[in-house]
Design a protein around this ligand. Structure first.
Ligand code: NAD
Ligand code: 13P
Length: 412
């Protein structure tokens, strides 16, 4: 029986935290996974102990990402690797965890270099807007690399989870059933603390490759990707395996099949968190913040139904960690919230605060606001999403925070 090799592509604040979670689990589940977890590190020189040193050497020696996740001990089975192609070599599970602005370049480099039957999980919060329209990063990564890619998203402020404080997440994983005739005895590996198999998560194995096995993407369209089945000597890559890889006693996992809702929740709440920071920075208090959260939630649901209506489920936004819970935590203490609040208090741009306060970490809300706006503008739909539009216009200096009540008024 072969085991799955796992690579985390990315090692920022959340990338390092997810690597820690995954490495704790690969150690506990040798029946499913190789123990060592590759973590691709965007190499840079960091001042440490009085001298400049490579970040990978520091992580290797001290088992701590001193720049992006300081004061957290990382498991020794995390292998920091500055070579992207070497990090993904032979890996059957690829976890993408980078700021969304870097994903294109990384995936371009990965094309043709990943195991054909690998499966991915995207932890990226953002949407991919291009001339062709809008796509989820999970879709875009999957199409680009010729693999299936699901999404992990939730109320997951990294520093809290790295400190092992209780939290939960949503993992959406909905590949096509590749072979319904798989022998159940092949799946008999005992797996503790895992749920009963869920029908939508089955990614069963096939003896012969089904080269023409297309699946439906997050808008119900026939995917261009020809999936290669996972060979039968490997454990199946299904809901049980992914739950086992990510679940910790302090990090609960809800497995769903709504990839679009899960991904959109994580992307769009970042725009709303910027709005929450604006009104809090202006000193308007809790009622104002609750109101922009309420309006933002409605715009999020509307956006999902309007552009991903074939598969998106409203309950993902209202019930799952990836929806309302992420919105709440991000509007209380996320980086987008904190930076936009400080920007208003100091009378400077959000970008300036990002540069001076985040030590290299990246905001997703500012770029997502611009990307969603260019998508809506092209379709003449800016006025249908007044909060999303207001956030972008304020970031661009065309409107001010004081304009928010008028801009979002339902009767204006
Ligand atoms: P981060 O904000 O810490 O970003 C910094 C990372 O980007 C570092 O690893 C850095 O090396 C890398 N980087 C810088 N320049 C680069 C380049 N040119 N090419 C490639 N990489 C480069 O990142 P993060 O917090 O790990 O966020 C990754 C994703 O996870 C984002 O989409 C974010 O929204 C999401 N997320 C973050 C959190 C959180 O609390 N941090 C929680 C949930 C989800
Ligand atoms: P920020 O990027 O605003 O810190 O949000 C983190 C997050 O996604 C929490 O779930």
């Amino acid at each position: 029986e072969k085991k799955h090799k796992v690579t985390v592509v990315g090692s920022g604040n959340w990338g390092s935290t997810i690597s820690k979670i995954v490495a704790e689990n690969t150690k506990e589940h040798p029946e499913l996974f190789e123990q060592d977890v590759q973590m691709w590190v965007y190499e840079e020189e960091v001042d440490y102990e009085g001298k400049k040193q490579k970040l990978t050497s520091i992580i290797n020696q001290h088992h701590e990402n001193v720049k992006y996740l300081p004061n957290i001990k990382l498991p020794t089975n995390i292998i920091p690797n500055p070579s992207l192609l070497d990090a993904v070599k032979d890996s059957t599970i690829l976890v993408f965890n980078l700021p969304h602005q870097f994903i294109h370049r990384i995936c371009d480099q990965l094309k043709g270099h990943v195991v054909p039957f690998a499966r991915g999980i995207s932890c990226v919060k953002g949407v991919n807007v291009s001339d062709e329209g809008i796509a989820l990063f999970s879709e875009w990564i999957g199409e680009g690399l010729g693999i299936y890619c699901g999404a992990l998203s939730g109320a997951n402020i990294a520093s809290e989870i790295a400190a092992e404080k209780y939290s939960a997440t949503t993992i959406a994983y909905d590949p096509p059933p590749m072979d319904s005739s798989r022998n159940p005895s092949q799946n008999a590996t005992p797996r503790s603390q895992t749920p009963a198999r869920q029908p939508n998560g089955a990614d069963q194995l096939s003896i012969t490759p089904l080269a023409d096995m297309h699946h439906r993407d997050a808008r119900g369209r026939k995917s261009k990707t020809k999936l290669t089945p996972v060979p039968s000597e490997y454990p199946p890559l299904d809901h049980i395996t992914f739950k086992t890889l990510f679940y910790r006693p302090y990090f609960h996992v809800s497995m769903v099949s709504d990839v679009a809702g899960t991904s959109l929740g994580g992307a769009l709440k970042n725009i709303i968190a910027v709005a929450a920071g604006f009104v809090e920075g202006r000193g308007w208090g809790n009622n104002a913040k609750a109101e922009v959260m309420r309006i933002g939630l409605l715009e999020m649901v509307k956006f999902g139904k309007q552009f991903f209506g074939e598969t998106v489920e409203e309950k993902t936004f209202t019930v799952e960690s990836a929806g309302v819970a992420d919105l709440i935590t991000s509007c209380q203490g996320g980086r987008n919230f904190r930076c936009s609040k400080l920007a208003v208090e100091r009378g400077v741009s959000v970008q300036e605060v990002e540069e001076t306060e985040l030590n290299g970490q990246k905001l997703q809300g500012t770029t997502t606001a611009a990307e969603v706006n260019s998508f809506l503008k092209r379709r003449g739909l800016e006025q249908e999403y007044p909060l999303f539009t207001a956030v972008h216009d304020i970031l661009e200096g065309r409107k001010t925070v004081d304009d928010i009540p008028t801009l979002v008024a339902s009767d204006h």
